[in-house]
Each structure stands twice: as structure tokens, then as C-alpha cells.
Design a protein around this ligand. Structure first.
Ligand SMILES: Nc1nc2c(ncn2[C@@H]2O[C@H](COP(=O)(O)OP(=O)(O)O)[C@@H](O)[C@H]2O)c(=O)[nH]1
Ligand SMILES: [Mg+2]
Length: 254
């Protein structure tokens, strides 16, 4: 799939040392030249924060691992029961135009429906994930949507409905048509993915990112003080406000 700038990263949001110059903190070393990668990683026009929602075990974390690290973690991957897992990756939506995605995995909380208002409010987009082999995870999509709507106001959040584990076609319990119908009734796009064989993983994030980008370009979504959903980008030679420069220095750079 063309148009994807693949620099993945994962970070547990906890205090740690500052990254040295040219080093992306918390990132696994990539195979390509370090200097070039660091320069690439520095250029993005916007940062969008996305949240990944859905019942426990639908495959949210595996989807994020596949997208950011290009691998399927397998059954032994660790699944933290508290906190939020952060991932990040650049997506090139047009030649030379990159968007940094900051991805929040709602690790653990999904079991307790205790995802806080700030996670919703500070996200501009969301992946609403169900497992096509698990009927109840599909039926719960309405609950996730209701909760999202309840918490997000006055901000806007763009959702995409994701029918995950589509490699398990023989075990399918949710038809593609009914999922498409639900999505269209709720004003969302629908896509089926597999973290195991990588089906539509790139496409899912690219579609959502492009849709949000179009809304930002049209002015239907705009940056606001105190809102983390959309941030202006970091491009070398662009002068940042002192507030932004301070926040770049003090916070997790993922
Ligand atoms: N067959 C298949 N299994 C998957 C896929 N994605 C995740 N899984 C499995 O589903 C289980 C739950 O995955 P996980 O990512 O921890 O789910 P989460 O609780 O929603 O974060 C694990 O056993 C994964 O190996 C997929 O695309 N295909
Ligand atoms: Mg998980």
C-alpha cells in the first residue's frame, strides 16, 4: 500500500529519561539508517490522537502492534490490566504530508467500562473494534457508541467501525452486510481487518486519518487550547510557540 510512512513506536506512559539527540525515546531501533530515520520522524504536519475501543479480547492491542511494529504478537503478548498503552506512528497521507498518530489503547478498562471522559474528549478519532467471531462484541458496539457520545461533547470524534479477526472466516458470527448497515446508520465507515495476516490494517488507519485530515482542512475540526485531539505539526525550521516548545521538552514525545 503506497503512501504510508512506517515509523512505529510503543511506549508505556511512565517517567523515563529524556531521549538523546536523534533518538526516539521508547522506540525499538529500526533497520534503516538512524540519522535519516530521526529526521523523517521529525517531520509531520499534524498530530492526531486516536482512541481504540471495544470489548476485551476483540484484538485491539494486536491491531496496534501490527500497525506500529508490523508484527502479530501472538497469544503470549502482555496485556496490562491498568492504565493506557500508547503507540505512535507516522502516516503519509499525500506525498510529503505526514501525520503523526498518537494511539491510545484502552488496555484493561474495557472490562469495567471505566474509560474516562478525558480519553474521549482528547481524541479526534476512534476505532470501534468488534470481533467478527464474537456476536456479543458486535452487539456491544451500540454501548461503546453511546458512551462515546456521552463523553465526547462538546468536541467531535470521528469513528470507524472495525470488524476484526477476518482471517477466521469459518467462525464468523457477524455478517458483513449487517455490520455495514450498523456503520452506515451511525455515520461510520466499516472495514474488516486481521492483525494475524495484516489484512486492511494499513488501510484502516489511513482511511480514518484522511477523513479527519479533510475535516481539519475544511475547518470542521479545529485545534483548541486545552484539547489534545489535533496538534499542529513539528516541521524543522518552523518556530513553535514557547508553550509548545516547553511541552515538547517536558512530555512523553510519543
Ligand atoms: N485469529 C486472530 N486472532 C487475533 C487477531 N487479533 C488478535 N487476536 C487474538 O485475540 C486475542 C486477544 O487479542 P488482544 O489484542 O489482546 O485483544 P484486546 O483485549 O482487545 O486488546 C489474542 O489471543 C490474540 O492472539 C486476529 O487478527 N486474528
Ligand atoms: Mg488489549
Amino acid at each position: 500500500m503506497p503512501g504510508i510512512g512506517a515509523i512505529g513506536a510503543r511506549c508505556r506512559h511512565r517517567p523515563r529519561r529524556r531521549p538523546k539527540k536523534g533518538e526516539e525515546s521508547g522506540h525499538q531501533p529500526q533497520a534503516d539508517a538512524g540519522g535519516e530515520r530521526a529526521m523523517d520522524a521529525a517531520i509531520w504536519i499534524y498530530q492526531f490522537r486516536l482512541i481504540v475501543l471495544g470489548d476485551s479480547t476483540v484484538g485491539k492491542s494486536c491491531l496496534l502492534h501490527r500497525f506500529t511494529e508490523g508484527r502479530f504478537p501472538g497469544p503470549m503478548h502482555s496485556d496490562p490490566t491498568v492504565g493506557v498503552d500508547f503507540f505512535s506512528r507516522l502516516v503519509e497521507i499525500e506525498p510529503g504530508k505526514r501525520i503523526k498518530l498518537q494511539l491510545w489503547d484502552t488496555a484493561g478498562q474495557e472490562r469495567f467500562r471505566s474509560i474516562t471522559r478525558s480519553y474521549y474528549r482528547n481524541s479526534v478519532g476512534g476505532l470501534l473494534v468488534f470481533d467478527i467471531t464474537n456476536r456479543s462484541s458486535f452487539e456491544n458496539v451500540y454501548n461503546w457508541l453511546d458512551e462515546g457520545k456521552m463523553h465526547v461533547e462538546p468536541f467531535q470524534i470521528v469513528f470507524i467501525l472495525v470488524g476484526h479477526k477476518c482471517d477466521l472466516e469459518a467462525e464468523r458470527q457477524v455478517g458483513r452486510e449487517e455490520a455495514e448497515e450498523l456503520a452506515s446508520n451511525c455515520g461510520m465507515k466499516y472495514i474488516e481487518t486481521s492483525a494475524k495476516d495484516a489484512t486492511n490494517v494499513e488501510e484502516t488507519f489511513t482511511i480514518l486519518t484522511k477523513d479527519i485530515y479533510e475535516l481539519v482542512k475544511k475547518g470542521e475540526i479545529s485545534m483548541r487550547d486545552g484539547w489534545e485531539g489535533v496538534k499542529s505539526g513539528f516541521v524543522p525550521n518552523v518556530v513553535h510557540s514557547s508553550e509548545e516548545a516547553a511541552s515538547l521538552g517536558d512530555h512523553c514525545p510519543c
